[in-house]
Design a protein around this ligand. Structure first.
Ligand code: GLN
Length: 484
């Protein structure tokens, strides 16, 4: 059963080839067998999942299924609040936090009948690129247990790649859906800023954060976006733009589509990676698209700009964890100041503290103009470069990451090297654009991803391209041997 895509599972449930309970039992068994080695789940909710599946079967028997997702197992990144179910952000700070409400994206999927199997690991507060920063221990890459699954949605990517669930939610502030999707050989999309509600998603950097689906192929992402994207009055930056049916345009011919290849993205790229991405471009060309070499100015500003803005917003968002209202509280303190200081120093991990310190510094009097103001200007310049490019082409093709997944521990003590790996992903969040990562081949047995970047609200085009590519390739169907 676990080799089927979400759409196939949906059809088979509708044809009564198996029940939601049988499907849920099958995935429960897989999670119990394989998760001890992968460590993708922080919390499992397999018993309540079975009850949800039973209710789904009853609905189906009465002809009252809620949606194509009804009765199908899945799991959420543990950054999305789930009512009465522990939500940790992979931090000691929230180790025992039980939200009293659902994130809107969680509600949307629950109302579609999704069967939640648990909560998936991430880098603490979604800050990181390797999942090694989870308070609950590193997650392993299912293709090679000595390698990282990527981050911060590494638990989501590893669980889907190992077929422990057919799809998962992720969030992406600077690449956290696309980079782990690439490292684990699955497909993921970071939607346009504002298309999915941020309500109930623990905030990292509010002007950059977006949730999105992670699955085995683009067709499944389209199905999922149909249920996840919604206008939400509870999110002040939610877009009122109408959401299309994302599955309607998957089969449009690619004739006439112009794909831009930014020269600068290939200048220092590792040759094996460049070869694979050029092969992807050729495949698109053979499907009718036209390839165009383009300039993309200000690319060199992306990483410093991102790390200033993301850290500045994080330092402000994370000031709420003070040991008073909720979260970790230090004991045996003498006064309020000591309560704040000790709760925060004991509750946060090193990477989170690093970001808070960078952010506080960048926002402090005397440095604000030099760092934060400059970064805001650079952000605008980066957006303008993309806008200019989209006057010329429909989409931009790039690698998702400069290399395949690195080894566990390899970059842990070198934050700058870790940051540099985000070269192709962060500028998309700075510009609020949608981008999709799909499997593009393998280097030394490890998957790599190609990234399609589009103008605001061009998700249908990105999904159309990726779906057509996946009709003619099978990289996305390959699974790591121990999990096939
Ligand atoms: N790796 C980036 C960071 O550490 C992106 C993380 C994310 O998208 N949440 O901030």
């Amino acid at each position: 059963m676990h080799q089927y895509s979400l759409r196939q599972l949906s059809e088979k449930l509708a044809n009564k080839e198996f029940s939601a309970v049988e499907l849920t039992q099958h995935y429960s068994k897989r999670i119990q067998t394989h998760d001890p080695a992968l460590n993708a789940f922080i919390t499992q909710t397999l018993e309540t999942a079975l009850e949800t599946a039973q209710a789904s079967d009853q609905r189906r028997a009465q002809g009252k299924s809620l949606s194509a997702l009804d009765g199908i197992p899945m799991a959420h990144k543990d950054l999305l609040c789930t009512k009465n179910i522990r939500t940790t952000a992979a931090s000691k700070m929230l180790e025992h936090f039980i939200p009293s409400y659902n994130a809107t994206v969680v509600d949307n999927l629950a109302q579609a009948g999704a069967v939640m199997m648990g909560k998936l690991s991430l880098d603490e507060f979604a800050m990181g690129s390797s999942n090694e920063r989870s308070y609950f221990g590193a997650v392993k890459n299912p293709w090679h247990h000595n390698h990282v699954p990527g981050g911060s949605s590494g638990g989501s990517a590893a669980a889907v790649a190992a077929r422990l669930i057919p799809y998962a939610t992720g969030t992406d502030t600077g690449g956290s859906i696309r980079q782990p999707a690439a490292y684990c050989g699955i497909t993921g999309i970071k939607p346009t800023y504002g298309s999915l509600s941020r309500y109930g998603i623990i905030a990292y950097a509010s002007s950059l954060d977006q949730a999105g689906p992670m699955a085995v192929n683009a067709e499944d992402l389209a199905l999922l976006l149909n249920h996840m994207a919604s206008f939400d009055p509870k999110d002040s930056t939610s877009s009122e733009q109408p959401r299309p049916d994302f599955t309607q345009t998957l089969n449009q011919p690619l004739n006439g589509i112009k794909i831009g290849l930014p020269k600068i993205y290939f200048e220092q790229l590792n040759p094996q990676m460049a070869t694979l991405i050029h092969a992807v471009a050729k495949q698109y060309e053979s499907l009718g698209a036209t390839l165009v070499d383009i300039e993309l100015s200000h690319t060199e500003l992306a990483i410093p700009t991102y790390y200033i803005i993301a850290s500045a917003e994080a330092s402000s968002n994370l000031s709420r964890y003070d040991g008073v209202r909720y979260g970790y509280r230090a004991d045996n303190v003498d006064n309020l100041q000591e309560l704040y200081e000790r709760s925060r120093s004991e509750g946060f991990g090193d990477e989170v503290k690093r970001r808070i310190m960078i952010g506080t510094h960048a926002l402090s009097a005397g440095y604000y103009d030099a760092y934060y103001e400059q970064a805001r200007r650079a952000r605008r310049a980066i957006l303008n470069s993309f806008k200019q490019a989209f006057n010329e082409v429909d989409v931009i093709l790039s690698p998702t990451t400069p290399t395949p997944a690195f080894k566990l521990g390899e970059k842990l003590n070198d934050p700058v090297q870790m940051f540099l790996g985000d070269l192709y992903t962060v500028s998309i969040n700075l510009s609020g654009l949608p981008a999709l990562s799909h499997p593009a081949g393998f280097i030394d047995g490890l998957p790599v991803g190609a990234q399609l970047i589009g103008a605001h609200f061009s998700e249908p085009t990105l999904l159309n391209l990726a779906h057509q590519y996946q009709q003619h390739t099978d990289f996305h169907q390959q699974t790591p041997t121990p999990y096939s």
